[in-house]
Design a protein. Structure first.
Length: 186
């Protein structure tokens, strides 16, 4: 029993170290850096994903998280900072925080973009102190399966999320359970 407790404690301490290091690396140095990284990230997504390019033209606003760092060893976490773009201008800075528990090990980085398609979704992001994905406006994760049945003429949900530029050694990826909160200019 004592050995199991020691192993669990070691795993928790290791995870805390991994997440702490990862989160420090994920933070943007300045608003200027975050603006530049977000511009490059959305340009890359639109260039490499025709459906994202189509949807971007109809979006009322776009949340761009150019670099999310995720790490886990039983307990996991992910963190990144992003920009809300509306009518061609930056309209605030946000962070994306995720916590998870389960059999997991590894580290990964990725970016994601959430296209806000309805006035309801835009209003929700502006009026709440944090948007918990899965609560509030409907967010559809666009993967290969979804993209085959989706076109700009069939859009009906509040928001569409695209994950891109995945690097690292974690097998699965989800933004469910993620909380997006407005932050002061980094």
């Amino acid at each position: 029993m004592k050995t199991t407790r020691n192993i669990l404690l070691t795993c928790i301490l290791a995870m805390a170290s991994i997440v702490s290091i990862s989160m420090n690396n994920a933070m943007a140095a300045t608003a200027e850096d975050l603006d530049k990284d977000s511009t490059q990230a959305i340009a890359m997504l639109i260039k490499t994903n025709p459906l994202a390019a189509e949807i971007s033209k109809k979006a009322k606003a776009t949340l761009i998280f150019p670099n999310i760092v995720k790490a886990g060893l039983i307990f996991g976490g992910a963190y990144g900072e992003g920009v809300l773009r509306q009518e061609g201008k930056n309209n605030g800075y946000y962070n994306s925080v995720t916590a998870s528990f389960g059999w997991q090990a590894g580290a990964q980085s990725y970016g994601y973009v959430v296209f806000l398609m309805s006035d309801k979704a835009v209003k929700y992001i502006h009026e709440t102190h944090g948007w918990e994905i899965g609560v509030g406006p409907t967010v559809v994760m666009v993967d290969d399966g979804v993209s085959k049945n989706l076109s700009s003429s069939t859009l009906k949900d509040d928001a569409y999320a695209f994950i891109f530029d995945q690097q690292g050694l974690m097998a699965s990826l989800s933004i469910e359970g993620t909380k997006i909160s407005k932050i002061k200019t980094p």
